[in-house]
Design a protein around this ligand. Structure first.
Ligand SMILES: Nc1ncnc2c1ncn2[C@@H]1O[C@H](COP(=O)(O)OP(=O)(O)O)[C@@H](O)[C@H]1O
Ligand SMILES: [Mg+2]
Length: 592
């Protein structure tokens, strides 16, 4: 695609497929050899035709001699067919293998990248890389490679054979050929652009239909059927018009190239005919020359086509390479310190954090101590930095040295995995997989027994509701299964984290959709379920945290106050106001 997104590192990205060329070299060499054989055999046919024609022209042809020629041509044709199969099998197979390996590498690499990368790269863009761009590379590495080799071998050989018959006639015959290459190049580029347009329009159409059907209830409630139908009709018309535009280019490419090829033929018949009349070449030569001319047409078209294929392949390779060259923003230290033994204690020392591209720090000068086995609450208004603190503890963004210490060791001196595998983190926006309830709860701990799964579900006050589903713990969640409420999803996600049984539990406002009493019950139950575990519970509601040993109050990234509920009520006006407002609100809700 020309003029589209940046082409990455262009030619340099060829490095990406070099290892595959080495890995599959026998296949590649075998394929190219078969291709070469096809071309040589093909060149033999005009020679046999020439011999037969010359015999006929001299009146020296016997039935036997003609039959011999026919048999030879037949054998050549069989050889050609066989070798064609072999090269297709080997070289197109090669391109599929490259595609597969590249996709595997790409996926494996994606899994190493962390949050900051995925924040910059939308899912749609990554999916396009994994589908369209990989397909472009596959096409260039398969058909592109074949056409290129074929054009080079066949083009040169056909020209040589023609020149052997008559150099002057060859020069005349090839005059229109550059035009053919140029036309193919221009038209096939346009063909591709229109093809992309058609694809894009089709995805608009299906996406619109999908949205309409999923939102059908809202649509009816707002009586928008007519306007939706109109938009759909417009999209459909656009799609049809784009298809016609595509067909128009398709329709011109082959007739025009045929025309150019026939112009060559015209020149050859006129000038070559004169050579025959003047006895400079034989009739057989004349016929053979025309056959070679036909063999030359395809390589000339291929030149234009291949140039486009390679250009697109390289652009796509560049885009893939851009992602492959991305490195995780967090890296293990050169010599990681082993994780210190004992229960986990967290100390924040003047912790400072700013997101890339943000003017204000999300956390500033935060200092505090989370003792081992303590349940600590974290409250604050939306945007105050609560989730940011959770992300940092879960090692999702890089932190400066000297900001976070685990058991007295700077978090940057510990390996990423040693920290992550000690943290059970429940993010603010819950994600469940389309799988059974049991599989979702057991996601991080596939060996967990049914009893353990149920115990976790009981703590999270979701066990009874799960038993009420049609197939209990084996009920599927998602599109093809049961629809869960926000609160149910949150409690299942919490149970999943509890089952991990890790020393540090971080709950980022993950019970926001659960009613107040239930949230309170769950938090109260955690202490008994997690003896010796350090637990940080974020909540935008204060009430469920009243029992916590300590509550920290964040405001605009700064730690305003900390203490237990009573202490904070007495010492922090901010906390008191926040609490009173929440109390009033919940009273009002009760009255309603
Ligand atoms: N990924 C991000 N990139 C840039 N800014 C962010 C990002 N996440 C949060 N912020 C900003 O950092 C601040 C703190 O956000 P956050 O920690 O999510 O607050 P809370 O969880 O308390 O609502 C906000 O100003 C928010 O806009
Ligand atoms: Mg948050």
């Amino acid at each position: 695609m020309r003029g589209g997104a940046s082409g990455g590192r262009g030619g340099a990205s060829l490095g990406l497929i070099r290892p595959f060329i080495r890995r599959y070299s026998p296949r590649l060499i075998g394929g190219l050899f078969a291709l070469l054989t096809v071309d040589l055999l093909q060149l033999g046919i005009p020679r046999l035709v020439k011999r037969a024609v010359d015999l006929l022209a001299h009146g020296a042809a016997s039935q036997m001699a003609l039959a011999q020629s026919a048999l030879a041509i037949f054998l050549l044709a069989i050889g050609i067919a066989g070798c064609r199969f072999v090269w297709r099998y080997l070289i197109l197979g090669f391109s599929r293998l490259v595609e597969r390996d590249l996709r595997d590498d790409f996926f494996r690499h994606l899994l190493t990248l962390d949050r900051p990368f995925f924040q910059k790269k939308p899912v749609g863009a990554i999916m396009a890389l994994a589908t369209n761009d990989l397909a472009a590379v596959q096409l260039a590495g398969g058909m592109g490679l074949v056409a290129c080799a074929d054009a080079a071998i066949m083009g040169t050989a056909a020209l040589a054979c023609m020149a052997y018959i008559s150099p002057r006639l060859t020069l005349i015959a090839v005059i229109p050929m550059p035009l053919l290459a140029l036309l193919t190049r221009v038209l096939s580029a346009r063909l591709h652009r229109r093809f992309l347009k058609v694809q894009e329009q089709f995805s608009h159409l299906t996406e619109f239909a999908r949205n309409t059907i999923t939102g059908i209830r809202l649509l009816k409630a707002y009586t928008q059927e007519a306007s939706q139908a109109e938009v759909f009709g417009r999209l459909g018309r656009q799609y049809q018009q784009d298809n016609i535009r595509l067909a128009r280019v398709h329709g011109t490419l082959f007739p025009i190239s045929g025309l150019v090829g026939n112009t060559s033929l015209l020149l050859v018949i006129f000038f070559g005919g004169r050579l025959v009349i003047g006895n400079a070449i034989t009739v057989g030569d004349f016929v053979a020359f025309i056959s070679y001319l036909y063999l030359l047409t395809w390589p000339m078209m291929a030149v234009g086509w291949v140039a486009n294929l390679f250009q697109r392949g390289l652009t796509s390779l560049g885009r893939l390479d851009e992602v492959m060259a991305a490195t995780p923003t967090l890296a293990d230290p050169a010599r990681p310190v082993p994780f210190p033994a004992g229960q986990t204690e967290i100390s924040l020392r003047n912790l400072h954090f700013q997101y890339e591209g943000q003017m204000q720090p999300a956390l500033a000068d935060v200092s505090c101590l989370l003792r081992a086995g303590e349940i600590v609450g974290l409250v604050g208004r939306s945007g105050s930095g609560k989730s940011t603190l959770c992300h940092l503890l879960a090692r999702q963004y890089p932190v400066e040295d000297g900001g976070i210490f685990l058991n007295g060791v700077d978090i940057n001196q510990l390996s990423l995995s040693s920290v992550r595998e000690r943290v059970a983190y429940v993010p603010q926006d819950v994600l469940l997989f389309s799988d059974t309830v049991a599989a979702n709860i057991g996601f991080g701990n596939p060996e967990a027994s049914q009893e353990q799964i149920e115990a976790a579900a009981k703590i999270c006050r979701i066990h009874e509701e799960i038993l009420g589903f049609s197939e209990g713990y084996q009920t599927r969640i998602g599109e093809k299964g049961v629809k869960l409420s926000g609160g149910q999803r949150q409690r299942i996600a919490l149970a999943r984290a509890l089952l991990l049984d890790r020393p540090l539990l971080i709950i980022d406002d993950s019970l926001s959709a659960v009613d107040l009493e239930t949230e309170q019950e769950i938090i109260a139950g955690l202490a008994a379920y997690l003896p010796g575990r350090t637990c940080l519970i974020v909540s935008h509601r204060i009430a469920p945290l009243r029992g916590a040993a300590r509550i920290m109050v964040l405001e605009e990234g700064r730690l305003l106050a900390q203490g237990n509920h009573e202490e904070l009520l007495a010492t922090s006006p901010f906390y008191r106001t926040m609490y009173q407002q929440q109390q009033m609100q919940s009273h009002r809700e009760e009255e309603l």
